[in-house]
Design a protein around this ligand. Structure first.
Ligand code: NAG
Ligand code: NAG
Ligand code: NAG
Ligand code: NAG
Ligand code: NAG
Ligand code: NAG
Ligand code: NAG
Length: 435
């Protein structure tokens, strides 16, 4: 370096230093010149000045329009804190907001470029989707973004890969499921990834898939039921379907209407109960329960026959501490129809003191249960009775049995008082020792 070059170099430094001391300098935070966001994002960029005079600072957009300091979607506002700065605030950023923004005062200016990508959106994708069993099912995910997203699918939390069963369409991102079964029903997640060299975004969307199927009978397709004249009988048919089926009852090829004198129909999503008043033998015969949905229909045939409820059982009662043991016996023909075999018992009891059967306690047992009632009061007089049940209903009650539960055993009381005794005698000896 020769002398003259050295001098002019120092002169340059002097000028720079000089201009530094005299004028402001501006800088941005975050410290970068390229900002990329997705539509809908909220963010701000702050322009700081080394000068104390904030009034000189202005932000201008890509068309050199100054940005006002009111509360517009894009506006400028004073930064909080020790440093003097002006924020440029973007709310709900839009594609049209992209461009160069400049912060300047009377001496300096700094700029940044804003890029805005179209955020991931799932548009009109239905939250609940339906597809019929057996066919190839399609789960839609109308996902959009710019740049285009990469889409992954999940079923009940597990990532789905393209294979024989599943295919993800490369353009519309819909998920194709081959040989759709009811096991394919459940929670699906459509997860979209967008990335550029400046930014990235991940968003997901949950979809519930219902697999629809034609009505399906739960139980027998043809059954016999029994009833006796003078009683009410419930005929029940259980048929599941998706969509929920429409039930219809038929007798003698005629539709049975609801809420007539003789019949009331109660439907749930998967069953229908026809309650019939059996006022004569004419109510007996073949009833048909038909369930249908757009995918098909099914019929259950119920042959309603006359049968008697069981004869009254015999009853004996014993006690073991607070448990009452019931000995219930029935006599039954060996060749009786399956539907008319006794399948359970109803046991009722009252306090002997009350003497009335108006509001008895009632317990139901199935054949094979242990016929016991636990936690009965000690030293109390009860009256018990039992009735047997078969397909035609409950029969007559047994003989009434009066029974007194035993008195409470005092063994535990004795043991606790003897402990107390031992304790007090120990105390007694201790006192003596002290004396
Ligand atoms: C997805 O696109 C393919 C081909 O473009 C088309 O066959 C299919 O029906 C589309 N699926 C949906 C759900 O739009
Ligand atoms: C018959 O069905 C109706 C409606 O479901 C129910 O309230 C009633 O308790 C049933 N009767 C018998 C004897 O099961
Ligand atoms: C039939 O009528 C009864 C009584 O009004 C009602 O509770 C029931 O829901 C009706 N059943 C159907 C299937 O409409
Ligand atoms: C009956 O089906 C409807 C429609 O599928 C559903 O919204 C409702 O929760 C179901 N009810 C019951 C008790 O399952
Ligand atoms: C019928 O639907 C009820 C709820 O509505 C459900 O608890 C029951 O498990 C269903 N039965 C069958 C056989 O699907
Ligand atoms: C039930 O008792 C009544 C009246 O005592 C009697 O007429 C009827 O035959 C009895 N029923 C049976 C099944 O024993
Ligand atoms: C009997 O009483 C005990 C204790 O109070 C209780 O844990 C138990 O469930 C009761 N058993 C019955 C059958 O009520």
């Amino acid at each position: 370096m020769d002398l003259s070059a050295g001098i002019s170099f120092s002169f340059l430094i002097a000028i720079i230093l000089c201009s530094y001391s005299q004028s402001s300098q501006l800088y941005l935070q975050p410290v970068k010149n390229d900002h990329a966001y997705f539509t809908g994002d909220n963010f701000f960029v702050t322009c700081f000045t080394t000068d104390d005079n904030i009034e000189k600072l202005t932000w201008t957009d890509f068309e050199s329009n100054p940005i006002s300091t009111d509360h517009g979607r894009i506006h400028a506002e004073h930064a909080e804190g020790d440093q003097v700065g002006l924020r440029l605030v973007f709310t709900n950023v839009e594609i049209e907001d992209a461009g160069t923004y400049t912060c300047s005062d009377d001496q300096d200016s700094v700029s940044f470029d804003l890029t805005v990508y179209r955020a991931v959106s799932f548009g009109d994708t239905p939250r609940v989707q339906h597809a019929p069993e057996g066919d190839t099912g399609v789960v839609l995910c109308n996902v959009k973004s710019d740049p285009k997203p990469v889409v992954n699918w999940y079923f009940e939390g597990t990532k789905i890969s393209n294979d024989k069963k599943y295919q993800i369409h490369p353009d519309n991102h819909s998920l194709k499921i081959h040989d759709l079964t009811r096991d394919d029903a459940g929670e699906y997640k459509c997860k979209a990834f967008v990335f550029t060299h400046l930014s990235s975004q991940i968003k997901d969307f949950d979809i519930k898939l219902h697999v629809q199927y034609a009505p399906e009978i739960i139980g027998e397709q043809q059954v016999s039921m029994y009833t006796s004249v003078g009683s009410k009988k419930n005929l029940t048919c259980t048929i599941t379907a998706d969509p929920v089926p429409i039930f219809q009852w038929l007798y003698d090829e005629m539709i049975i209407h609801n809420n007539t004198k003789k019949s009331v129909i109660y439907d749930t999503n998967n069953s229908s109960v026809l309650q019939i008043d059996i006022d004569s033998k004419e109510r007996l015969g073949e009833y048909i329960c038909r369930a249908s949905n757009p995918l098909g229909d099914k019929e259950v045939i119920i042959d309603l026959k006359e049968g008697n409820p069981p004869a009254a059982p015999t009853l004996e009662v014993a006690s073991d501490k607070d448990t009452v043991k019931l000995d219930i016996k029935i006599t039954e023909d060996m060749d009786i129809d399956e539907e008319l075999k006794v399948d359970g018992f109803k046991v009722q009891y009252i306090l002997t003191m009350s003497g009335s059967w108006n509001s008895p306690k009632t317990l139901e047992f199935k054949i094979g249960d242990v016929y016991e009632i636990r936690n009965m009061s000690y030293n109390t007089k009860y009256i018990f009775r039992a009735a047997a049940h078969n397909g035609a209903g409950y029969g007559n009650f047994s003989n009434e049995v009066m029974h007194e539960t035993p008195a409470l055993q005092t063994a535990s009381v004795i043991s606790s008082s003897s402990t107390k005794c031992a304790l007090s005698s120990a105390l007694f000896f201790f006192i003596i020792a002290l004396l």
